[in-house]
Design a protein around this ligand. Structure first.
Ligand SMILES: Cc1cc2nc3c(=O)[nH]c(=O)nc-3n(C[C@H](O)[C@H](O)[C@H](O)COP(=O)(O)OP(=O)(O)OC[C@H]3O[C@@H](n4cnc5c(N)ncnc54)[C@H](O)[C@@H]3O)c2cc1C
Length: 441
């Protein structure tokens, strides 16, 4: 039996859930924000306490609110004026302060419109959301904003020398100043861990391994203007589009090409058929990710310096069997392109393979799939959604009261991970919800 009824229940209080609650409150709709810890608004991305972890999007583009582009810069001018340069990259911790502040400001302005519950949601059925504290919350509509799950260490045996969740508090505490490290994954999480290690005085050597050995590219010192994309970079077979995009990079530079694609990526994804999407995911995705999700120039300089001084080696290949003992790890691996190599050895293995989205095994969504109330998209990237983010059932019919927001909505929108994309999706969900909700306050 449900204890309380709300117009909207939001499961997950990271950036997506918290800022959705704020926009709903501004729009006159009350919501309950169900979050598994007391720090709503932060999530994995903005809960770092280390100011050396920088945003990977320029400060001037990080407004939390669609249609109010200066919101973050204005907040910085008032609270951290030394960081208010819109073309720079602010610390993620400071961004978390901004998001928390905005949530608190909205709660103060519209008392009672956002109720917070600190608990984990573990089940959704027709009538409500089951919480780990034993309560059941009833709501007219539910938004799943469950975000980036912790990585699943696939091939490594659990052991004291394997850091399987690098974001866990104290994850790097035992790493010694001269210890050697094997990092599995060469993306943004690897970059973050290197920054964290250096800040702790680490002086050792690291090897970073991923299938292709691709490392995120750097932003330029100043913002890039979007290139003029020719028509054949936007329509037709994927291979022709890629050729046209490559040709455009000669005239405009690759960053200009990425800037031109950025605002229309979700539309191109929506128009693509399953075969085109599959080709993108299978062949282009690793390249897309490192050019699209770029790092701040000064972080890139640090990495380049470490590589040049041979403290960081980046290798391409597939991780094999990992063995650990009390002194370290031995990891078998197959280099990309073949050949045999001795195992990679290190004092520590840090899993930086990033979030693992698996709605089929998530206790919250697996029962929805099993009962036919939801289905996976044809590529099994995530739950299949309609253009408003509503969950499609096994027959393809949208559930008018169940939405997905943020990274787990990737199957429908592809670009729904970074703030500039999520804040647009928030507006779409608000639009869909506001029309059908009873106003409060
Ligand atoms: C390390 C990192 C750095 C990033 N840097 C940037 C950046 O610089 N710029 C940018 O634009 N984007 C960045 N991103 C992208 C990031 O995904 C978004 O900016 C945004 O933080 C996503 O927020 P979210 O709320 O959707 O997910 P999350 O931040 O993952 O938050 C979801 C929250 O929901 C909680 N939760 C999950 N399941 C339940 C449940 N069943 N019950 C209750 N609570 C639950 C989780 O504990 C979590 O705190 C970064 C991502 C990461 C991981």
């Amino acid at each position: 039996m449900a204890e309380a009824a709300y117009p909207v229940a939001i499961v997950g209080g990271g950036f997506s859930g918290a800022m959705l609650a704020a926009r709903l409150a501004e729009s006159g709709v009350a919501s309950v924000l169900i979050h598994d810890n007391a720090d709503a608004g932060l999530g994995v991305a903005y809960s770092t306490a280390f100011e050396g972890h920088l945003l990977n999007v320029r400060t001037g583009r990080m407004s939390a609110v669609d249609g109010r582009p200066d919101d973050f810069v204005a907040w910085l001018r008032a609270n951290r004026p030394e960081l208010a340069d819109p073309i720079d990259f602010a610390p993620r911790k400071v961004y978390g302060d901004y998001v928390r502040d905005r949530l608190a400001m909205i709660e103060g302005t519209f008392p009672g419109r956002i109720e917070r519950i600190v608990a984990r949601a573990h089940a959704i059925d027709g009538t409500g959301i089951g919480l780990t504290d034993g309560r059941t919350i009833a709501a007219d509509a539910v938004v799943l904003a469950t975000g980036n799950p912790a990585p699943a260490t696939a091939s490594a045996e659990p052991g004291g020398r394997v850091v399987s969740d690098p974001w866990a508090p104290g994850a790097l505490d035992l790493v010694g100043a001269d210890d050697s490290i094997l990092i599995v994954g060469t993306g943004l999480t690897m970059v973050d861990m290197i920054q964290s290690l250096l800040a702790r005085g680490w002086k050792g050597r690291a090897t970073a391994l991923s299938r292709r050995g691709l490392v995120p590219r750097a932003h330029a010192a100043t913002p890039d203007l979007p290139a003029d994309l020719p028509a054949d970079a936007l329509t037709g077979p994927v291979s022709n589009r890629l050729a046209a995009a490559r040709a455009t990079t000669c005239a405009s530079g690759w960053r200009g090409v990425m800037e031109a694609y950025r605002p229309i990526t979700a539309d191109l994804w929506a128009m693509a058929d399953t075969d085109q999407r599959a080709r993108m995911v299978r062949h282009l995705r690793p390249w897309w990710d490192v050019h699209r999700h770029r790092i701040a120039p000064r972080i890139a300089e640090t990495l380049t310096g470490l590589i040049a001084s041979r403290r960081l080696r980046v290798v391409a290949g597939r991780l094999g069997v990992v063995e650990t003992d009390r002194d370290g790890v031995w990891a078998g691996w197959s280099p990309r392109g073949g050949g045999a190599q001795p195992p990679l050895t290190a004092n520590w293995l840090i899993d930086c393979t990033g979030p693992a989205h698996s709605p089929a095994t998530d206790p919250l969504t697996a029962p929805l799939l099993a009962s036919g109330r939801a289905r996976l998209d044809p590529l099994r990237l995530g739950l299949d959604l309609d253009p408003s983010g509503r969950v499609l059932d096994i027959k393809g019919v949208a559930d008018p009261r169940l939405f997905v927001l943020g990274p787990p909505a990737r199957a429908a929108f592809w670009e729904t991970i970074a703030v500039p994309d999520i804040r647009k999706r928030i507006e779409a969900v608000v639009d869909a919800l506001v029309s059908g909700k009873r106003p409060v306050g």
